[in-house]
Write a protein that binds this ligand. Sequence first.
Ligand SMILES: [Zn+2]
Length: 170
Amino acid sequence: MSTEQITAKMTYATIPDPRPEAIVIHCSDPRFQAAFEQFLEHELHLEKGQYVPIVVGGGGGVLAHPEQLPKEFKFLKDRLEHYRRVFPSVRRIVLINHEGCRYYDSIKTKVLSFVGSFLKPAPDHAREDLSLVTRVFQHFLSHLGYTVELYYARFANAERTKVVFEKVGN
Ligand SMILES: [Zn+2]
């Protein structure tokens, strides 16, 4: 076997000079990855390379609670500010929360214990929190100059094999 054969590797295409127009923050839950990508392409007309994905447990939900989850908020804020410099073409930010988010359940329990509440998180708190995100952006992230779009992925059948995406807020 020649050296060339040993080192031969498959190659994969890159997008050498992307001009992303959006940052998209969504959860890393493997059940939803294909649906998120298809939604972005089919309904928001964002193809790969046209957006900067930030895929993290709980999605942008932590942005609703900067005081209660300061480290997680800073993690996302730092990245948003970094991408603002690196990709000046970005104009908007898309946040997608989803039904049945296990990470979200855990952070919400943390938030509720912080405020001394014995309440259990509401079943659709991931959706309710999206409206808080708009206010947080106005207070803490307005310097980015992004418009904010919020979506909620809700199960569309009892078997939980399909989701629909609802626009939340304005
Ligand atoms: Zn999730």
